[in-house]
Write a protein that binds this ligand. Sequence first.
Ligand code: ASP
Length: 463
Amino acid sequence: MVVMKFGGTSVADAAAMRRVAEIVKTRIDKKPIVVVSAVGGLTDNLVALSKEAKNRNMTKVQEVVNVVTERHLKIVRDLGLDKNGSLVNVVTETAEQLKKVCTTISEAESMQKALVDELLSTGEYLSSHIMAAYLDSVGMNGVWADAREILVTDSVYGSAKPNIGESTEKAKAKLLPLVSDNKVPVIQGFIGRDKNGKITTLGRGGSDYTASLIGAMLDMEAVEIWSDVSGVLTADPSLVPEAKRILLMSFQEAAELAYFGAKVLHPATMHPAVDKGIPIYVLNSIYPEQGGTKIALSSDIAEDKICVVKSIAYKEGLTVVTVNSTRMLMAHGFMASIFQIFEKYNTSVDLVATSEVSVSVTIDNTEHLEEIKKEISAFATVGVVSNKAIVCLVGQHLKRTSGMPARIFGLLGDVRIHLISQGASEINISFVIDEVDLKRVIQRLHDHFFGNSYDVEIFAENN
Ligand code: ASP
């Protein structure tokens, strides 16, 4: 069995949904289960709707509900499903429900997160119903299955966590009979239900998590994440147009890249699949023939398919805070007292480098920088420089390969480097530079590692 998750752009309109059906058809022998996001942009519209309701702007509420309804009805018509009275009813009844929830939100004293989740869940509710009906109409036995009856979560509305044991039992009981009956279940991503029967959501982008969970709970052979990118690239193509597509990478490499904002899955969403060693494929629903990236356990990747540098990622808009104090010498607890201050102001630190008398950290959230500076200044000197960027090279064999730092920094002789970290992780080397140097640094490193030749079993042209 495989689980196939289609993101918002992959189900944005009738043409996109037709493409999804074509893709699902190619997997029919693998007994697919389909997970869908809301149609592109809809969750953002619903978030905005909840705010209009809170502000009691009921004219605007009505307007947004009309737009949402008309968008779905158009897809239904364009797919030729408007003769299906029950599907049209699903859309119109959902519109009524949306209005009711908005009224309740407008009457409540404060913003009720449970109500927002209920509101947001309608996006996936509608897209999954339409997708299921369309798959059925083209002879693929599509059937709607309700994620709320499968994913049992805690009550942390907005970022609920599923109870794996209970959800697994339900997934087996609800989905396996459908699959054995040659049906193609289509379920909502991102949605669950708590013990009180209230709808929950798993956090923005949570449909990937749903797919990974379903894959793991049903011991599937693969999790396929279909979106509008053809897998993971060796660099950001807006900086390096000739960036290559990575055909195969490890979970650790993918997680490292995700942290640096690369267009890849969020590490937390990969966990359920990773824990069971189920490979995840990142694929493009607009150009399915391009193939994508396979993300697998490093132990499942042959030694000769592991290369030194897989990708070059970066993060911009950083500030470096340097704390100097001779009191650091031989003192214990000094570091802890500094980090407690960052912690107190909810400011997370990306990179850390220390010497005997100083510690430098990078942060991207400067909202509380003044308070932090003030508190640290009570016992040390603080310096702050902004407009910095971290560049991060990721590769499973980076640390084991001797001479890598010399090779990397040898290329950057004329670039000012503020901080270097070879990281606790085996697989990345990161350093901080001035933002203005970013493009030339990434381009130069890319030319060096991928410019002349590359292993065609690990990389491919991206076009
Ligand atoms: N529709 C939700 C969002 O936009 C969940 C998802 O697409 O994964 O965040």
